[in-house]
Design a binder for this molecule. Structure first.
Ligand SMILES: Cc1cc2nc3c(=O)[nH]c(=O)nc-3n(C[C@H](O)[C@H](O)[C@H](O)COP(=O)(O)OP(=O)(O)OC[C@H]3O[C@@H](n4cnc5c(N)ncnc54)[C@H](O)[C@@H]3O)c2cc1C
Length: 453
């Protein structure tokens, strides 16, 4: 059918609109507002924070390279400091698996409050429960977005729009081009869950007795007396549970992020292959993954030492997406760029997390490669090649699949968010095309905000 045309209110006067108040979006909005822009942040969920909050992430990672050099600073690091001050994170702690050097455990509930206060302090205006469902365009330039929420349908215009929706929803609505793979495979979607009532002493006894079943970056005895433990393994137990019919799905390993004092752990076990841009597939994933959570809980209670009395204390708020749309930008970050630690004159951030690629068809990873040295993320991967006055940041940048499997990590997404927000503010101020931005000025402004380039 053809939807009838109708008049809707238009609210203007914004320099920058950021779509999506998640990992990258919060940083984009704060960075733009701090450089003097009038910023509106639009979020579809009822709260801000994105995947760190909705998905109960094990920790935020991507802050250090394989050599132990810090590669993300600036406003993302200010956010870590705020979390630490509020008692919502211990800051950068050692990664026991050796997969990455350090990681940042985060209290997910406090995270929502802390980022919201930070945005308000920076002068960012925001709306929640406000999915972006349309764009305003003049020629090839995006001039605003349309939102449908409790107040009805409203258009908002701005000089520059930043798409931090994860799925590149704004770019898709604007008619941007996307990378596609012949078999249309993406990494699987998941629902993390949290259990309480863990007896960590018994669990760590088991790890010490069975070190071969774990990827350990240290002597397991060093796990004792630590407030946070990070474990990757349990393959033997998972195999047994599948053979016994307790688990209906095959998994070679699970990820366990434990908080000892709280007797809690976040469990990353569930997997389902889905196209996260299709509503029907998301609904199916919601059903399948929630069944997997219940099987996973049963598995923990029956097979894992120290978990006999655990209870389900939280589940992710919605299906977690590792990969969906990737824009075709003015440059595409290649797998080789990431593997070789490529540097770029227009780098606006650094990445260094391993290529972390989960297999949607198999029981494990189809890639877990260490990145030897930090690679640059060029400004051009944020710029859709056929659309002006629109930037993207987060997991929807212009990148090849394995390259994104590294760059999608939260620390890197935050650094990209800061860069996209500042770039948008500069373009808005100078009335410049986002395609012709003075990247030297952007890099200078990033350095002033403490970013590591
Ligand atoms: C299961 C799982 C485990 C992971 N584990 C880790 C980990 O341990 N450590 C780590 O660092 N990273 C981890 N990651 C990766 C990381 O969480 C994501 O890649 C990263 O958070 C992506 O950031 P983003 O800003 O692109 O998206 P998000 O943080 O998802 O933010 C996107 C925001 O946009 C909003 N939005 C979407 N569409 C619209 C719309 N149309 N209108 C308005 N708002 C919209 C969303 O609600 C959300 O708030 C994990 C990911 C998954 C799925």
């Amino acid at each position: 059918m053809i939807e009838p045309a109708r008049e809707i209110p238009l609210i203007d006067g914004y320099d920058v609109i950021v779509g999506g108040g998640g990992t990258a979006g919060v940083l984009a909005a704060v960075a733009a507002a701090r450089s003097g822009a009038r910023v509106l942040l639009l979020e579809r969920a009822g709260f801000l924070g994105g995947h760190i909050a909705t998905q109960l992430l094990e920790h935020s990672a991507g802050w250090f390279d394989a050599l132990g050099q810090q590669i993300v600073g600036g406003l993302p690091e200010r956010l870590v400091e705020r979390l630490v001050e509020a008692g919502a994170s211990p800051g950068h702690v050692r990664d026991d698996t050796g997969y990455t050097k350090f990681r940042v455990p985060v209290n997910h509930e406090a995270y929502k409050s802390i980022v919201t206060a930070w945005l308000v302090e920076a002068g960012v205006e925001f709306l929640v429960f406000s999915p972006i469902c349309g764009v305003l365009r003049e020629g090839n330039a995006v001039t605003g977005v349309i939102v449908e929420n409790k107040s009805g349908r409203t258009a908002f215009s701005a000089k520059v729009v930043v798409d931090c929706t994860g799925d590149a929803d704004i770019a898709a609505l604007a008619g941007a081009e996307f990378h596609s793979d012949p078999d249309n495979v993406t990494q699987p979607v998941s629902l993390l869950f949290k259990v309480g009532g863990v007896d960590h002493r018994a669990l760590l006894d088991y790890v010490e007795a069975n070190p071969a079943d774990f990827k350990l970056g240290l002597d397991p005895r060093e796990l004792r007396d630590q407030p946070f433990v990070n474990l990757w393994g349990f393959g033997q137990l998972l195999k047994q549970a599948q053979a016994d019919g307790v688990l209906s799905f095959a998994r070679n390993e699970l990820h366990y992020a434990g908080a000892i004092q709280e007797r809690e752990a976040v469990i990353n076990l569930t997997r389902h292959a889905a196209d996260a841009t299709k509503a029907g597939e998301l609904a199916r994933a919601e059903h399948v993954l929630r069944q997997q959570i219940m099987e996973g809980l049963h598995f923990l209670r029956r097979y894992v030492p120290g978990c006999g009395n655990v209870f389900l204390s939280a589940t992710a708020a919605c299906v977690g997406v590792r990969e969906s749309r990737r824009i075709k930008g003015r440059y595409t970050l290649t797998d080789e760029d990431v593997r070789s630690g490529q540097q770029f004159d227009d780098a606006i951030a650094l990445g260094g997390f391993p290529i972390d690629s989960h297999d949607s068809r198999g029981p494990s990873m189809d890639g877990a490669e260490h990145v030897r040295r930090a690679y640059g993320i060029p400004y051009r991967v944020l710029v859709p090649n056929t659309i002006d006055r629109l930037l993207v940041a987060g997991r929807c940048i212009s990148a090849a699949r394995k390259a994104l499997a590294s760059a999608r990590i939260t620390g890197t997404c935050m650094a990209m968010g800061q860069a996209a927000g500042l770039a948008a503010a500069i373009a808005a101020r100078s009335h410049l095309s986002t395609h012709r931005l003075d990247v030297g000025e952007l890099r200078g402004a990033l350095a002033e905000q403490g970013a590591i380039l």
